[in-house]
Every structure is written in structure tokens, then in C-alpha cells.
Design a protein around this ligand. Structure first.
Ligand code: ATP
Length: 272
């Protein structure tokens, strides 16, 4: 929608939050260098509090970096925009609107004509398999369905990039796995660039073409792991394969020390 989508670039990005009463600051991210190609599915993992959400907020234009540069398609990010859709852990649906009404909501603000809104809402509810539930309100939908509505709502703008901050964390294991498959299917069909945050190593290995491991705070890129599971679509239960286990273990090892360090930091903060 915004010309040719050529990808995302973080160059030496840092973010420090002021700490009230101390005169100092808390550095959430420091020296982040990362490039994500157009159409790539990248997953970010890291210990709690290492700045994952902050990284996504910066790319979403919800916050500004203190140092460095974030570029989308070669141009600096200067605020939120319809070229980036965001899906959070909590569905953030409007309770008084139906599934269809929620998907149409964002389009209303952007001046899309009524007939076009209805067409797009139908198209994207169909894409997430919820066409039959279009007239239900959020309280009549399961958690997984609500999250699918939220995904449809983000996709309806036709953003180039989908930013997902632990979107499946609140769901039960089975629903989570089926939404992972659904997301992969949608990603393949739409060719969107996806940046996905998770705490689950399994989820990261299952979804990502690359898994970016961040250090404990301040978050830096510790390692980027290429995931190559060629048999993913042919194997009934790819999570049980030796290859999957090897990737899982490699990322676990990378994370292990960082999680321990993050715990120490937490203890120090409480003791301070
Ligand atoms: N607006 C803010 N003001 C002050 N501190 C903040 C703000 N937002 C985040 N932080 C702090 O910055 C650090 C990074 O937070 P962030 O939410 O990005 O981490 P995270 O890796 O997403 O954590 P989690 O895995 O627990 O969700 C944390 O220590 C957090 O307390």
C-alpha cells in the first residue's frame, strides 16, 4: 500500500525510560542492529523485561528511540501508520460491536466507503475462518476466535507489516497450536512481513524463519538463529522431530544465561 515494501531496519537503536525521583533512567534497549526482509517471518525471544515490547512499540511508532534509527522501506519511522498492523495479547475488541463491526471499525476512520468496508470485512473474516460468526459479539466468541477477529481487523488495512506482541499467550495449548497454523497459512497467502514476540521457544521455532534472541536488559541482539525445517508441511508432528528439538535446545541455551541474569536484575531492583 505504501509503494514497494522493502523491509525493516534497526540501526543502533536505544531506548531509555526516565525513572521518577531518581534523576536517572532505565535503559530498556541498547545498540539494536537488525534487518528484517520484506515478507519475512521473524520471531523475537528474550527474558522478561529485556525490551521486546519496547522494540515493537518503536517500530509501531508508539514510542520514539533515544538513539539510532528505525527505517521502514528505507524511510525513518515517525509515528504510527497503516503500513503496520499491531496485534496484542489482549484482544482490544470493542464489546458493543460484532466481529464484522470490529473489523470494519478501523476502516471507517480511514474513509473506506461502506460497501468496500463490508467487502473487506467479509474477505478477512473468511481468511481467519470466522465468516459464520460475523454477527456475534466478542462475549459470544471464544478467546481464540476473539484473537482471530483481532488479526482480521489488523489485516483489513492491508498493512505491509504485522507486529504481534505475544498474541497467543492467553490461549490454551490446543487453540494456540491451531492459531499458529492459521497464522502461517495467512502469512504464506498474504506475503506480509511478520515480527512476532513470544516467550515460548516452541512457538518461536515453529513459526519463525529466523529467531532473534535478545539479551537481558538492556536488550541487545545476542544471536539470530535461522530456522530451516524443510519438512514442516509434510511431517504430521514436526514438533516431535529431532531437528525441531535441536533448534529448541540451541535457543534454550542462548536464553538460559540471559534469563538468569534478568532474575538477578529483578532481585537487585527489589533490594534497591
Ligand atoms: N513507559 C515506560 N516507562 C518506564 N519504564 C518502562 C516503560 N515501558 C517499559 N519500561 C521498562 O522497560 C523494560 C522493558 O520493558 P518491555 O515491556 O519492553 O520488556 P519485555 O521484554 O516486553 O517484557 P515481558 O517479556 O515481561 O513482556 C522493563 O524494565 C520495563 O519496566
Amino acid at each position: 500500500m505504501s509503494g514497494v515494501h522493502s523491509g525493516i531496519r534497526f540501526a543502533d537503536v536505544g531506548k531509555t525510560f526516565p525513572v521518577r525521583g531518581s534523576g536517572g533512567g532505565l535503559t530498556a534497549l541498547a545498540g539494536i542492529d537488525l534487518e528484517i526482509g520484506a515478507g519475512e517471518f521473524a520471531v523475537i525471544v528474550g527474558p522478561s523485561g529485556c525490551g521486546k515490547s519496547t522494540l515493537l512499540d518503536l517500530l509501531g511508532g508508539l514510542a520514539e528511540p533515544d538513539t539510532g534509527l528505525i527505517q521502514l522501506d528505507g524511510a525513518p519511522v515517525r509515528g504510527p501508520g497503516r503500513d503496520r498492523g499491531i496485534v496484542f495479547q489482549q484482544y482490544a475488541l470493542l464489546p458493543w460491536r460484532t466481529a464484522r463491526g470490529n473489523v470494519e471499525f478501523g476502516l471507517e476512520a480511514t474513509g473506506v466507503r461502506r460497501a468496500d468496508r463490508a467487502r473487506r470485512a467479509r474477505e478477512y473474516l473468511d481468511l481467519v475462518g470466522l465468516l459464520e460468526f460475523a454477527d456475534r459479539h466478542p462475549h459470544e466468541l471464544s478467546g481464540g476466535m476473539k484473537q482471530r477477529v483481532a488479526i482480521a481487523r489488523s489485516l483489513a488495512y492491508d498493512p505491509d507489516v504485522l507486529l504481534m506482541d505475544e498474541p497467543f499467550a492467553a490461549l490454551d495449548a490446543q487453540t494456540r497450536e491451531s492459531l499458529q497454523d492459521e497464522l502461517l497459512r495467512i502469512w504464506r497467502r498474504t506475503g506480509k512481513t511478520v515480527l512476532f514476540i513470544t516467550h515460548s521457544i516452541d512457538e518461536a521455532v515453529y513459526l519463525g524463519q529466523r529467531v532473534v534472541v535478545l539479551t537481558s536488559r538492556p536488550g541487545r541482539v545476542k544471536s539470530v538463529v535461522d530456522i530451516d525445517l524443510p519438512g514442516r508441511d509434510d511431517v504430521a508432528d514436526v514438533r516431535s522431530t529431532g531437528e525441531f528439538a535441536r533448534y529448541r535446545h540451541a535457543i534454550w541455551e542462548l536464553l538460559h544465561d540471559e534469563v538468569a541474569r534478568a532474575r538477578e536484575l529483578e532481585k537487585e531492583a527489589v533490594g534497591a
